[in-house]
Write a protein that binds this ligand. Structure first.
Ligand code: G3P
Ligand code: MG
Length: 249
């Protein structure tokens, strides 16, 4: 089964709305909606015992205060950590959400999602399978089909094999000539890349080939406008309100 056609919004909130609330928490997802985003991007990783949750780093230290690898820590312990205190006192009590909890929040808020599969090393296929199994069980039918992305082609290949119905985007910091072969190998419909490193000629090549083109993480309105002028479809930003105002002005 090939993925259905996908329409991405111009602006997607990065890790929720990471400028304003602790990244990858429910508060951040809700803040993105409050600031006008209709979609969010977030990172899905596995706990030591295989629970899919929202977490960017391999280590829990920066955002949850525990100097330990997520892959070596059971979900019961991760759940007890504070994921908001590091940012500001008013966020004390925010938790690391499970992917299931995050999906429920998206349903309440009416948010679409770019789900970045962010495996710890060696867990690419396992993380991809857990992600798509969770989507199949919990994704609300009334929300737009989510877009999967990953820096790890092996994760996208596993997602393709397990659940081809979810559209995929390759995620590459700096695009090289092999981008198209990589996209074709995982049946991608999109290319997500670092907007600060994207050359106009590469943007034109990707659009001419018929791919959706998304860029991260663009918080500067002038840069966002320039990228859209280059043909970029979707800007992933920590400050969705600022970039929305720039793209409508
Ligand atoms: O998915 C876009 C962007 O989030 C990729 O980089 O490190 O912020 O997950 P990172
Ligand atoms: Mg990400």
């Amino acid at each position: 089964m090939s993925p259905p056609p996908l329409k991405l919004p111009r602006v997607v909130g990065h890790r929720g709305a990471a400028t304003y609330a602790p990244e990858n928490t429910l508060a951040s997802l809700r803040e993105a909606r409050r600031r006008g985003a209709t979609w969010v991007e977030f990172d899905v990783k596995l706990s030591g015992d295989g629970v899919a949750m929202l977490m960017h780093d391999d280590s829990l230290k920066r955002t949850a205060g525990l100097d330990r690898l997520a892959s070596a820590t059971p979900w019961s312990q991760i759940q007890s950590l504070d994921a908001g205190a590091w940012m500001a006192p008013r966020f004390v009590g925010q938790r690391v959400p499970s992917f299931v909890e995050a999906i429920a929040c998206l349903g309440e808020e009416g948010l679409g999602a770019n789900v970045e599969i962010k495996p710890c090393p060696g867990r690419e296929a396992e993380t991809a399978r857990a992600t798509v199994e969770t989507l199949r069980k919990h994704w609300p039918a009334r929300l737009p089909t989510p877009l999967l992305s990953s820096f790890q082609d092996a994760a996208l290949a596993a997602a393709l094999e397990a659940a081809p119905e979810y559209p995929r985007a390759i995620l590459i910091d700096e695009l090289k000539d092999d981008w198209r072969a990589r996209a074709e190998a995982v049946g991608a419909v999109g290319v997500n890349t670092n907007g600060k490193k994207l050359a106009p000629v590469m943007a034109a090549e990707i659009k001419a080939a018929g791919y959706l083109l998304s860029v991260y993480t663009i918080n500067d309105p002038d840069k966002a406008r320039a990228l859209v002028a280059m043909g970029v479809d979707c800007v992933i930003t920590d400050s969705p309100d600022v970039i929305l105002a720039a793209s409508s002005g």
